[in-house]
Design a binder for this molecule. Structure first.
Ligand code: SAM
Ligand code: SF4
Length: 334
């Protein structure tokens, strides 16, 4: 087999080349749309060790995964996570095109230089507001100034930054324009995300849901949005904002079906492989990992799972329904 070509092809002919891995379900924030304040986290023994995560990722890379994103929870609060990043960075140029992560930015002031030194070139930083007081309300525990300092250091270390903003009704909807000007003013891409119904949280989902079609219409009154065909291997659709020259993405799982070009799968911090963010079907990869030192069982489990990757998801936000999926985004890794 040609190791550089994905041989993980699902029943719909889509080659899996992008793996997202949640390295922890823990987080130092409690964003209102993501977690309940009194979250119960998994017992540590259930988590894959960093060595197991390395082995798992290496198996996927050997099968043709070219892009790896670490996420969580907050990936940078996992103890010794830099040793994992260092180990994974050895695959760059040898199968792996990109090693990246999604972070809330709280630990970037500690790790920005090391990330750059380990060959991480781009990161996604989640930021929903530029107002420190609102930031505290939205994240419950976060410190806005610490995140901003981390972003500054990351930019100085040469990391390319994309800002991810979840559009939350009644909370940051009046700030999207400011966020856009700020991000593009600093040379960062901005991607807007619709809330997804994952996990039981304290708030009512329908109160948070703000369709991006509406946000786009509002932005169009002040900016010229020019469709561009860029795809980054993800579900975002991009426009170029003529006035700022920057790139703006929209991730609209609720109003737009992006499944037909899906090239990704996700692994949770316990080694459960989800073939689709919006479906419950999953495969346990921890057992085959722990059953044998050789990767034979692991590859067989991966093959079997990919043969079941579904055609698409079916989220519904509806006031009377329980969350469409009971697991949290922080467990699956957004
Ligand atoms: N802690 C890191 C962070 O916040 O960037 C990584 C994990 S977080 C789960 C990944 C992304 O998922 C973040 O951009 C976050 O805003 C987003 N997210 C969390 N819960 C969500 C939800 N219910 N709907 C839409 N996006 C969500
Ligand atoms: Fe933590 Fe990220 Fe979830 Fe916020 S969105 S609670 S930072 S995992």
């Amino acid at each position: 087999m040609n190791e550089l070509e994905s041989n993980l092809v699902d029943p719909f002919g889509r080659a899996v080349s992008y793996l997202r891995v949640s390295v922890t379900d823990r987080c130092d924030f409690r964003c209102t749309y993501c977690m309940a304040e009194d979250m119960t986290f998994l017992p540590r023994k259930d988590l894959l060790t960093l060595e197991e995560i390395d082995r798992l990722c290496s198996a996927f890379i050997a099968r043709g995964v070219r892009k790896l994103r670490l996420t969580g929870g907050e990936p940078l609060v996992r103890r010794n996570v830099m040793s994992l990043i260092e180990a994974l960075s050895k695959h760059r140029g040898a199968g792996l095109d990109e090693l990246t992560l999604t972070t809330n930015g709280s630990q970037l002031h500690r790790f920005a230089d090391q990330l750059a030194a380990h060959g991480v070139e781009r990161i996604n930083v989640s930021l929903d507001t530029l107002d420190p007081a609102k930031f505290r309300v939205l994240t419950r525990w976060g410190d806005f100034h610490q995140v901003m300092h981390g972003i500054d250091l990351a930019a100085r270390a040469g990391l390319k930054i994309k800002i991810n903003t979840v559009a939350v009704r009644g909370t940051n909807e009046d700030e999207i324009e400011d966020l856009l000007r700020w991000a593009h003013g600093r040379g960062f891409d901005l991607t807007l995300i619709e809330t997804m119904p994952l996990g039981e949280i304290d708030a009512e989902r329908t109160d948070q849901y703000l369709p991006l079609s509406l946000v786009r219409t509002r932005l169009s009154q002040h900016f010229t949005l020019e469709d561009i065909p860029d795809r980054t291997g993800g579900p975002a659709r991009y426009v170029r904002v003529r006035e700022t020259g920057g790139r703006l993405g929209f991730i609209t799982p609720m109003t737009h079906n992006f499944c037909e070009s899906c090239n990704r799968v996700r692994v949770t911090c316990t080694g459960t492989l989800y073939m689709c963010l919006g479906q419950e079907d999953a495969a346990d990869l921890r057992s085959p990992l722990r059953a044998s030192r050789s990767d034979e069982l692991l590859h067989a489990a991966i093959d079997e799972a990919i043969s079941r990757k579904p055609k698409g998801h079916d989220f519904v936000i509806d006031r009377d329904s329980v969350p469409a999926l009971s697991r949290f985004m922080s467990a699956t890794g957004g």
